[in-house]
Design a protein around this ligand. Structure first.
Ligand SMILES: C[S@@+](CC[C@H](N)C(=O)[O-])C[C@H]1O[C@@H](n2cnc3c(N)ncnc32)[C@H](O)[C@@H]1O
Length: 189
């Protein structure tokens, strides 16, 4: 069993590998909506949540870094990503870093979700017209205890609306925001 320091040292290599891919592929259309979170901050928040959640889902898993960290920290970790190139990169990184995380190509927005701007639904960087990825995971959104996402600042309402309607009774959203940092939002009844 690795110590937290050993795990963090491995994760720092994972972050560097992911950043190298991003720098190299920056201009590729698949990376248009991709920005990486502050991985250290996400890691520290996941550490605080160990033992409080079992199943973890990253919405828009990008290069898979957060999902891979979550799986290595003991969560049952999954990711859904709209860009297939990014899914391919993320599965390669998962293999390289000894993670059994599963990342699939699709949308995290359930097909049944009905778009309603009157409720604050707004999308700037989030893909809204792709089929969802839940069937590929053989899981529904309500099966997850902890969701992690990095929405555009004006997209938080959309993400919350989806979880209010389709999340499980005890689901929590760990969200990263470039300006506000990390927030943990409960949706329990
Ligand atoms: C801001 S990046 C965040 C990447 C990673 N989650 C992180 O925190 O470092 C958002 C990612 O969500 C993906 N994305 C956008 N809309 C999506 C959707 N409806 N379903 C799945 N992925 C989506 C983008 O392709 C991009 O990789």
């Amino acid at each position: 069993m690795e110590t937290d320091d050993q795990l963090l040292a491995e994760f720092r290599q994972l972050w560097a590998d992911a950043d190298r891919i991003w720098e190299r592929e920056d201009k590729h259309p698949a990376f248009e909506a991709y920005v990486s979170a502050d991985y250290l901050s996400v890691f520290q928040n996941l550490q605080n949540l160990k033992g409080q959640a079992v199943s973890f889902l990253e919405w828009g898993s990008g290069l898979g870094v957060v999902t891979i960290m979550a799986s290595r920290m003991g969560f049952d970790a999954y990711g859904i990503e709209a860009e297939s190139n990014l899914v391919d990169y993320s599965m390669d990184l998962a293999e390289a870093y000894g993670s059994d995380a599963q990342m699939v190509h699709g949308s995290f927005i359930p097909d049944e979700f009905v778009w309603n701007p009157a409720n604050g639904d707004e999308a700037i960087r989030t893909t809204i017209d792709a089929p969802d990825g839940y069937a590929q995971l053989d899981l529904d959104l309500c099966d997850f205890d902890l969701i992690y996402a990095y929405p555009w600042p004006t997209e938080h309402a959309l993400y919350h609306n989806i979880l209010r309607e389709f999340g499980g009774p005890n689901v929590r959203l760990l969200s990263y925001d470039a300006r506000e940092g990390i927030a943990l939002v409960p949706f329990g009844v």
